[in-house]
Design a protein around this ligand. Structure first.
Ligand SMILES: [Zn+2]
Length: 268
């Protein structure tokens, strides 16, 4: 599943679109996470693309009056084409601009492309907390959000209303680096621990973005595709393997319906 670093990388790879004009949005298969409304998506044909940004895991195309919001869901993939090429299976949407075609492919169809006139109070974006890499995501802020909560800290840092875009991999990895068990309740996390945790959330996300940036360039040259990269993890996906620090066996548990990985020795 594309996480914040992949979406950030996709956003960076789409900057070439800025300044071009939107010519058409073609929907071949409308039944994605939300039904895609082709007439609405074509509302701003003729508008210039002013900016491409990201909020949480949405790529946002800023047009002259509104926005196209793209979510990659579980398996979405965006290809930026300089000329039309034959369609592949699951190529559900084309966003056609002057010099480019942005082709959206999504086998599992949990993604979406929607048109919005505003970003604030947008029901699709919902109530979103700060971006983890922005300055307003601080240890004081996190401490205030978790200190009265009887919910596991891992679930709290994955809650978009507290902070956006800390997906399962990055939650597991940043808790490991912070030596905090994913099971600890928010009310038992100290301000000092919040400082370490905030620092490590930023660190793992920045490292993933940096890794994605470099592997993406190679991949893009060959495929013209933007999207995925693999990294080596300390705990995520390493159940029953030995901890890289203490050689204890990494444990896997279900927490809030997500698989969670941690070292019972290093994390408490
Ligand atoms: Zn360990």
């Amino acid at each position: 599943m594309p996480e914040l670093p992949e979406v950030e990388t996709v956003k960076n790879g789409l900057q070439e679109l800025c300044g071009t004009t939107l010519k058409a949005v073609i929907v071949r298969f409308p039944r994605l996470r939300y039904p895609l409304d082709e007439p609405l998506l074509n509302q701003e044909v003729g508008s210039k693309i002013l900016k491409i940004s990201r909020r949480a895991k949405y790529v946002i195309i800023h047009l002259e009056r509104g926005y196209l919001l793209i979510h990659l869901g579980m398996s979405g993939r965006i290809t930026l084409l300089k000329k039309n090429i034959p369609l592949q299976k699951h190529d559900h949407v084309d966003i056609i601009c002057n010099d480019f075609i942005l082709r959206y492919n999504d086998p599992r169809r949990f993604g979406c492309v929607v048109y919005a006139t505003e970003l604030e109070n947008n029901p699709i974006l919902g109530k979103l907390g700060p971006e983890p890499l922005e300055q307003d995501f601080t240890s004081d802020y996190l401490y205030q959000k978790v200190k009265t909560r009887k919910t596991a800290i891992k679930q709290l840092i994955m809650d978009n209303a507290i902070v956006v875009g800390v997906g399962n991999i990055y939650a597991c990895e940043s808790l490991f680096l912070s030596k905090i068990s994913p099971l600890r309740l928010g009310e038992n996390i100290t301000l000092l621990e919040c400082q370490v945790l905030v620092k490590n959330i930023k660190k793992v996300l920045n490292e993933a973005i940096a890794a994605g940036g470099s592997s993406l360039r190679d991949y893009k040259n060959a495929q013209g595709e933007l999207g995925y990269f693999q990294q080596s993890h300390n705990v995520y996906g390493r159940a029953k393997k030995s901890c890289r620090i203490c050689e204890s066996i990494i444990r896997e548990i279900r927490l809030g319906q997500r698989n969670s990985f941690y070292c019972p020795q290093c994390q408490s």
